[in-house]
Design a protein around this ligand. Structure first.
Ligand code: KIV
Ligand code: NA
Length: 276
């Protein structure tokens, strides 16, 4: 049996080589991505990407656990990290522990991720001291969309940059094994990366980070409600799926599908019976 990458192993990649991460929500996608990545994130972005929600706020702990289980079933070697959803950890450090413990016990994942800076440091320390590895998430925090004023790149003024720098520092000091930096300008991502001893994993945060993550559906060209500047399409599966559905519809209407080779026929008694 192959051993999984651990959070500690990810920490030790800083200064060695970039950390490769992608999101996964399902067993078949986890199976395809697992051989190529260090970290698979079961992100609460699944609310928007899989369920068509307007934001990540409606995602529940039960949804995260179900998808965490699916990704664990499909992966063998990647470190699987599950997002704590909005409302499952902000009330208190005790609430955060109970939510994170459920996620760890019911999925078997290796760590949880939670959004937040200095205000979440006590919680991160509480979890890590009690056996739950934490991946931090600073900069653009989608769970704060209603108070932070939407999705825009951050760090363009000194006050904003200083806040994010301090957020990253306090999450590191609290014991996180790595930190996702989302949606910040390059000089800020570089300064944070240089000032921390744990790795930074960037999304829309420049190549200066110690690793990168993207939403798989974005980089596969599957989810195209809107494509932010930081997304590169490494494939365009959306148009391929549309074309496949159109071809299927044509063949069904023309009665050219199913063809003879897709059809069960009665066989001569002498032939071996087959249901295949
Ligand atoms: O939910 C998510 O997919 C994330 C990544 C984009 C970092 O938090
Ligand atoms: Na997330």
């Amino acid at each position: 049996k192959v051993r999984r990458v651990t959070p500690l192993m990810l920490s030790m990649l800083k200064g060695q080589r970039p950390i490769v991460s992608l999101t996964a929500y399902t067993t078949p996608i986890a199976r395809l991505l697992d051989p190529h990545v260090d970290l698979l994130l079961v992100g609460d972005s699944l609310g928007m990407v899989l369920y068509g929600m307007e934001s990540t706020l409606g995602v529940t702990l039960e949804m995260m656990i179900a998808h965490g289980q699916a990704v664990m079933r499909g992966s063998q070697t990647a470190c699987v990290v599950v997002d704590l959803p909005f409302g499952s950890y902000q009330a208190s450090k005790e609430q955060a522990f109970l939510s994170a413990a459920r996620v760890m016990k019911e999925t078997g994942c290796s760590a949880v991720k939670l959004e937040g800076g200095a205000e979440m440091a006590e919680t991160v320390a509480f979890l890590t001291a009690r056996g739950i590895p934490v991946l931090g998430h600073v900069g653009l925090m989608p769970q704060l969309v209603n108070t932070a004023g939407g999705y825009r790149s951050l760090g363009r003024n000194d006050k904003e940059a200083e806040t994010i720098r301090r957020d990253a520092k306090s999450i590191e000091a609290a014991g996180a094994f790595a930190i996702v930096i989302e949606g910040t300008i390059e000089p800020l991502a570089r300064a944070i990366t240089e000032s921390l001893t744990i790795p930074t994993i960037g999304i829309g945060a420049s190549p200066a980070c110690d690793g990168q993550i993207l939403v798989s559906d974005d980089m596969l060209g599957l989810f195209s409600d809107f494509t932010p500047r930081f997304v590169k399409h490494f494939a365009t599966l959306g148009p391929q799926i549309s074309a496949a559905a159109a071809a299927y519809a044509d063949e069904v209407k023309a009665r050219t599908f199913p063809a003879i080779e897709h059809t069960f026929q009665p066989r001569a008694a002498a032939l071996p019976d087959s249901d295949q």
